[in-house]
Design a protein around this ligand. Structure first.
Ligand SMILES: Cc1ncc(COP(=O)(O)O)c(C=O)c1O
Length: 382
């Protein structure tokens, strides 16, 4: 086996979850998804497609009507984008992998802003690229970006800058001026930006979406944006996402899709078409339900002695620290064993997040969150 693969760390979230296997009494908030199923109108569209016998291979880049619908949806949120710049992928994580396969290989330097969902730095590492981690800082319990330090790290040697905002796990987001500065800098250094914006609609600030590179970039900028149907449409199990890229990159992306998955399933794409057709009705309601979850959880966590947590502007997660608990894996396992509470250890997202815990607050029932906080309090001996 290649050393790069052997050296990949196993998921620490799974390690904690495995400790709770078979225990129905554990209240689990460790994975990044809601317990609310995909809306019925999306499921119905996919079921109808299957009934119609749409069970065949299809276009590498996605159904033309889905590419057009994604372009129209994205154009409603950001600068106008042509359908020819959209590639449909089999999940957000597949979109990110294909982007990385197109852009970085052995010896290339990839700068990744961390802490972050571990799949992001793993992908360039799998491809043999040299991964340079750039750490966010912490001020008053909130994660912050030292923009000048980031720009000093990204040089002409940097092939790709990989950044996820709104960020999993920290809840940190990029501001418009920061995006502008990063874009201008990367134009100068010739660096590609791979922006993971899968949480752009899970946004509690002003407007319908978090600040996006798609608001400011030109069509031919070296910019790839990765998206997913998982979060905004409660479609985690469907495995569908997309890439927005400069048109010149599309032939390469098409080839890579051919060699990875060949195409996304047609019935899944039919579900996505239904989701986009009702996005204006569905997404704002989802965000309001998630806002209620966030606003149920955060003040209760902040009210516990020794707990520090910042209110996230976007994403599905509260990222917290408990004074005196510096080994997050040990602490998370103890919370499962002794309090029946399932959280993700910060160290799953890199050494930079050691001592922190991630709590996914997406739930149909905010009362579960209240119960979870009671268990945390019990686990802390309060
Ligand atoms: C930051 C980030 N990017 C991408 C993804 C990929 O989402 P999916 O593969 O479900 O589309 C996730 C999923 O948790 C994520 O947290």
């Amino acid at each position: 086996m290649r050393a790069a693969i052997e050296n990949l760390p196993a998921s620490r979230i799974r390690e904690v979850a495995n400790a709770g296997i078979g225990r129905a009494d554990v209240l689990a908030f460790w994975f990044g998804e809601s317990d609310e199923p995909t809306p019925a109108f999306v499921r119905d569209a996919a079921a109808e497609s299957l009934r119609q016998g749409e069970t065949f291979y299809s276009h590498n880049l996605g159904l033309p009507e889905l590419r057009a619908a994604i372009a129209a949806y994205a154009s409603g949120l950001h600068r106008s984008i042509a359908a020819e710049r959209i590639a449909v992928t089999s999940s957000g994580v597949n979109a990110l992998m294909i982007a990385m396969q197109a852009l970085a290989g052995a010896g290339d330097e990839v700068v990744v802003v961390v802490p972050v969902w571990p799949n992001l730095p793993a992908q360039p590492a799998i491809l043999g690229a040299a991964v340079k981690r750039f750490a966010l800082g912490v001020q008053g319990g909130a994660w912050t970006l030292d923009l000048d330090a980031l720009l000093a790290t990204v040089t002409r040697r940097t092939r790709v800058l990989l950044v996820n905002a709104p960020n999993n796990p920290t809840g940190w987001t990029l501001t418009r001026p920061e995006q502008q500065a990063i874009l201008e800098h990367c134009r100068r250094t010739g660096t590609w930006i791979v922006a993971d914006e899968v949480y752009e609609r899970i946004w509690f600030g002003d407007g319908p979406a978090a600040p996006s590179f798609a608001d400011i970039a030109e069509p031919d900028d070296r910019l790839v944006i990765a998206h997913s149907f998982s979060k905004s449409f409660l479609m985690t199990g469907w495995r569908l996402g997309w890439l927005a890229v400069p048109e010149s990159l599309i032939p390469a992306i098409g080839k890579l899709i051919e060699f990875n998955t060949s195409c996304a399933p047609v019935f899944v794409q039919r579900g996505a078409l239904a989701a986009l057709a009702q996005a204006d009705e569905f997404v704002p309601g989802l965000v309001e339900r998630l806002r209620l979850c966030r606003d149920t959880l955060l003040p209760r966590l902040a009210g516990l002695p020794g707990v520090s947590v910042a209110v996230p502007q976007g994403g599905l997660y509260a990222f917290l620290r408990v004074a005196g608990e510096d080994d997050s894996l040990v602490f998370a396992k103890r919370l499962v064993a002794e309090a029946g509470l399932g959280l993700a250890p910060g160290s799953a997202f890199g050494d930079e997040a050691e001592g922190w815990l991630r709590w996914c607050f997406a739930s149909r029932d905010p009362a579960r969150l209240v119960q979870g906080v009671e268990r945390l309090a019990r686990g802390l001996g309060l």
